[in-house]
Structures are given as structure tokens and as C-alpha cells.
Design a binder for this molecule. Sequence first.
Ligand code: ARG
Ligand code: GLU
Length: 711
Amino acid sequence: MTRKILISALFLFAAMAFGQQYGGMWIPTELNEKEMKDLGMKISAKDIFDPNKASIKDAVVQFDGGCTAEVISPKGLLLTNHHCGYDNIQAHSTVENDLLTNGFWAKDMSGELPNPGVTVDFVTDIKEVTAQILLGTENLAGPDLTKKINENIETYKKTQKTETYQTISVKPMYYGNKFYAYVIETFKDIRLVGAPPSAIGKYGSDTDNWVWPRHTGDFSMFRIYADKNNKPAEYSKDNIPYTPKHFLPISLKDKKENDFTFVFGFPGRTTEYLPAIAVEKIMTEIDPAMIAVRDVALKTLDEKMRTNAATKIQYASKYARVANYWKKWIGEVEGLKKSNAVEKKKQYEQMLISKNPAIKTTIDQLNQKYNEQAPYNLHRAYYSEILRNSETFLLANIYSTYIQNYEAGKADAKYLETLKTRLSEIYKDYDAELDAKVTAKILALYANKTPTQFLPKDFQLLKDVNKNLAMFETISKMSLITGRGNMNGTKAADLNKLFSDQKALIENLKKDPFVEMFTTFKNSYLATTDDKVTALQADIDALQKKFMAQQMETDKERKFFPDANSTLRVTYGQVKGSEPRDAVTYGYQTHLSGVMEKYVPGDYEFDLPKKLITLYNTKDFGIYKDKSGDVPVNFTATNHTTGGNSGSPALDAYGNLIGLNFDRQWEGTMSDINYDPKLCRNIMVDTKYILFVIDKYADAKWLLNEMKIVK
Ligand code: ARG
Ligand code: GLU
């Protein structure tokens, strides 16, 4: 008996080590059913994805082109993250009723709020179409190859019969070695049903972002509406709640370490098959450059946001967006170092070469191209980070494009309308004085870090931060585009006035010191860098395609999955804590008591709603506590996830919903490049916490009544 247990434990360990060594984001029609079952799955691959009958796929959608969401009731109720619904929650907010601060709970269906433009996509079929798409491309390369592939894709799409609400999308996999076609159904009437206040939904904000142990109730709820025939339709008040082919039952069972779990969703982008040289450049050059620019920008914003309430509101969302990837890259660099990624990749390359000597040529060429591209690519990283972090340069960019369009006779009424809308959106939350500081500082960094061959003329003069600060403050007061000079304001009326005499405007813009400075910056980048990066990237892409094919042909032991590309994927693993550092052990589950431990009254990240505190103090946990007597809040597992997996359902062995994916732990954010089972964990909101908040905090029992709850 003991022996039997030992053997099966060993077997399980082997299966784990085999399957999880490299992570995996699997195409749902090509699942490792056996390994999933060995890990504990009780359903079949067909229960997850079957094009011909209702399966779990019918409950998983791409939410508004980015995040993932899932259907959790027979009436089309959708669950996704708070940070995925954020913009919509914000759009329904007013000064008198800020739904981000207060939360929102529709009293019944008539109280649900429409969100024009928001879509959800179901994937109803997936087919491999490599043969059709690569037909007649055998002897082609470069632009001819791309052209032929695009023609074949168009031809393929024409041969497919689709309904008006369906589209076909063909996506390359394995760097163009394979192609898959997706049938997609798009629903367009999506209404906001509920959201907790940010103090729950975004609890811990930037400080806790990417961090475990975590205590965030990152969820919000929407509903899909359809026409009378249950088909997708534009918004109409006559539309009815959508009846899905499948919806996810919600499990309230306690979680145990090593429980099987899988995550089903739309991961955005990963690069797991790069050569060592590429990983080295990311780790030692590209990430550090992007981090450095953001360090300076964020620090400058933070100084003012901490002391000025208006600035805090204006910049909160921008700050969060910039800080999100800044923090991710810091974790990524650390994790790549710690997991010894470059050395591991080099050894892997040697192993491949020992089996197939031809691979040496590919690696040598990749090394040569990456080294040649490196200085240009680094310059590109600085350039794009400056554009992303300086609103003044962003405005200058928009205005200089306008000058070009005006002079080319392309600035018609429609163009001007779009332009003015875009500008007024930027000006609305733009603090010219603050941004002048940011711009002054990041340009000083740029001037100091950029080799002379790339530095635009006159930019040598920008190396001294203090001089920059004084100069930019002065210019900012004169500049037309900062809105503080002649324009003097940020309202639509001002923009109409500004654009009423376009000839004069163009003349003034051409003389504007920021527009001039930006034009020098951009033209210099275009002249020295842009073409070089692009041309070398095309060479690298062709080599990477070859290297990918060689890895797949040569390494027979490894089970390959295509890098994430925003298509539907399944990743699986086990509920698990981790040991990320010497003497540091993370448990897999956090609780409401931990939410309370972090509570800082009045803090902008760690304040809590009174009602939640009362529920905690009176231990009013209902059926939502676990056997410890506390309410589980977040948990971690070994699922291999990335951006885009936000809002993805985490399911148990039976396909019941047990959690809502929303983050990864910091020590494992290098999983986009080098998944390491020891360090990489995804973070989910526990379904018990979600239902606890809906029931006890929001008192929205009518929503619970729609759901199927498994106890
Ligand atoms: N780190 C998570 C994801 O990329 C959550 C981001 C939203 N939360 C935040 N505090 N910015 O992308
Ligand atoms: N928060 C991420 C998102 O918005 C998911 C976390 C990750 O990158 O793993 O998609």
C-alpha cells in the first residue's frame, strides 16, 4: 500500500516536472489531456473545448479586446476584473456619484448601465490551416512571402461561410511556422451590473501590485444582452439578457495545496523561445533603459500627487498605467537573473547544436544580428519611453502631424473633429507645469545616456537637469501647445478658438519651441535609427522562425506550445505557495484578517469601507468562511499566465469556477520570457471573497440567485 502511494507520488512528481518545466499556454483543441488528468482533472478535453457542442469555451470571452471574462449565470452575467472594467466604471461616474469610490450595484436588470463601444468575443471554432495559408510560399522570402500569406488568408476567409455576427481571424503560431483560424462571435450590448468600491477592487493599489501576499477584491460584473433571437445585436433597450450555451458553476469548496486547477483565457504576448542573446539584451539593456525613464517620471509625478489632491485625481490612472509595467520589468530583470535565464538558454542552445549542428549557423546569425541591432534598439527604447512619458512631446507629436496633414490638404472637418476630441481628452488631465518637469528630467537622462551618434543636434545642451528645469518652465509658459501661453485654457471652446484660424495656428505652431524641439528629436530618430531597427528586425524575425522550427524538430522531449498572441488558451497547474527566497515561504491563500492587517485609515491605497470592517469585526461571514473560520481572499497557483489573462476564470478539476485571475507574483514576472516553476505563480481572487462581497457587503442577493453555487 505505502509502496503504491510512493509510486504514484513519484509518478505525479515526474508528470509535474515534465509538464511544468516550461509552463504552457495550450491551444484548447490540442490539450495534454493525459497530463491534466494525471494532475487531477476529472473532466475531458472535450468538456473544455468542443466546437460541436456546449462546452466550457462557451462561457469564456475576450472582454473589449484586451482582458478575459466569463459567463456565470444562465442570464449572461459576466465576471471580470475591477481593473478591466475600470474605464467603464469611471465613465458612469460623476462628481456627485463617483462609482469608483462608492462602488455600484444595479438593483435589478433595469438598473444595469450600457457601455457603448464595449464588446465581448466568443470563440466558437478553431482550425489549423497551415497548409492553406502556406500554399505556394515554399520559395518566397521577405515582403513577397508576407504578401502571399496575406493573399492566402484573404482567400481562406472568402471560402468560409459565416453569419453576419461572425468573423474569421487567422493567426500565425510559432513565428509563422503554423497558422490557425478562429471563428469569433461578437456581442455589442454589454451592461455594467456591479463593482465594489476601489477600496476593495483596487485594495493595495500600486504598492501591492504584482505582489504576494495579496488582498485585492479585483472583480466587477457585466451582462451580455442579445436580440430577441438570442443573437448579437447593437445596443437596444428591447434587447434581452443573453442565454449562454454554457455558464460556469461557482465552487465554494475550501482549497487545498496541490489541488488541480486550470485557467482559460486570452493571454496577450510572451516570448519563450528567444535565443540567449535576445534575453541578455532585454535583461541588461532594454528593460533597464525603460525602467530608468519611468523611475524619473514616476518619482516626479509622485512628489506632486502626494501633496496636491487635484493632481492626484488627474494623474491616478496615468500613474497606475506607467507604474504597472515599470514594476513588472523590475521583477522581470530580477527573475531573469535569479532563474539564470541567459546561462540556461545558452546551455539549451549547445544541447540543440549537439543534436543538430546546423543550428549553430542560426544561432551565430542571431547573435550577429542582435549585436548589430543592439545600439539602435536601445535608442528606440529611450525614444518610445520618452514619447510615452512626456505629455508635452505627445502633444507636440500630435500637432506636428496636424501640420503635415494640413499642408497635404488632408485636414478636413472630420479629421479636425477627431483631433480636437483627442486633444481635449489630453488637456483635461494635463498639468503643464508638472509635465514640463517630467520632460526636463527625462530628456536630461536621455541626453546623458545617448551616444553622440544618435543624439539630436543641440540635445547635448540638455544634460544638466537643473538648467533643463529652469528652461522648460520658461518655455512651457510661452508655448502654444502647453495651453498655458496664448491658448490659456483647456476647454473645447478654447480649442475651437485655437483652430478657427488654421493658417495663423500653423504659423505659430511652427515657431513653437516645444514643437521645434520635438521635430528635431523625431527627425533625428527617423534618420539614425528607425529604418535600421526595422530592417534588422525583419532579418531577426526570419531567423527566429527558422530557430523555432529547429527547436521543435530537434528537441523531441519538450512539448511545445505557441507563444501567447491574444488567442484563446488553456494553462493548468496546481494550487501552490512558493519559496521565492532563502528562508521565505509563501502560503497559497490569504484571508480577510490579512486585509485588516494592511488597513491604514485615510490612506489612498489601504483605506477600507466601514461596512467591510464591521463585517469583519462581527464575524458576519455566512457560508463564505473556510475551515480556518476566516474568509479566503486571494490564492496562488502554478498556472502560466500573462497580461490579457486578467479576468480569466480559474477552474477546478470539474470545471467549476474557483477563482478570478488578476496578477502574478513579482518574483515570477519573467515567466513571459523564462517560466520557472519554482518562482512563477498566478494570483486569483477567491470565489468565496467575490460572493462574500456581493452577498454580505453589497447585499445584491438577486445576483446570487442567478448563479449556480456548488458547496
Ligand atoms: N498587475 C496587474 C496586471 O497587469 C494589475 C494591473 C492593475 N492594477 C494596478 N494597480 N495598476 O497587469
Ligand atoms: N493584470 C494582468 C492583466 O491585466 C494580468 C497579470 C499578468 O500579467 O499576469 O492582464
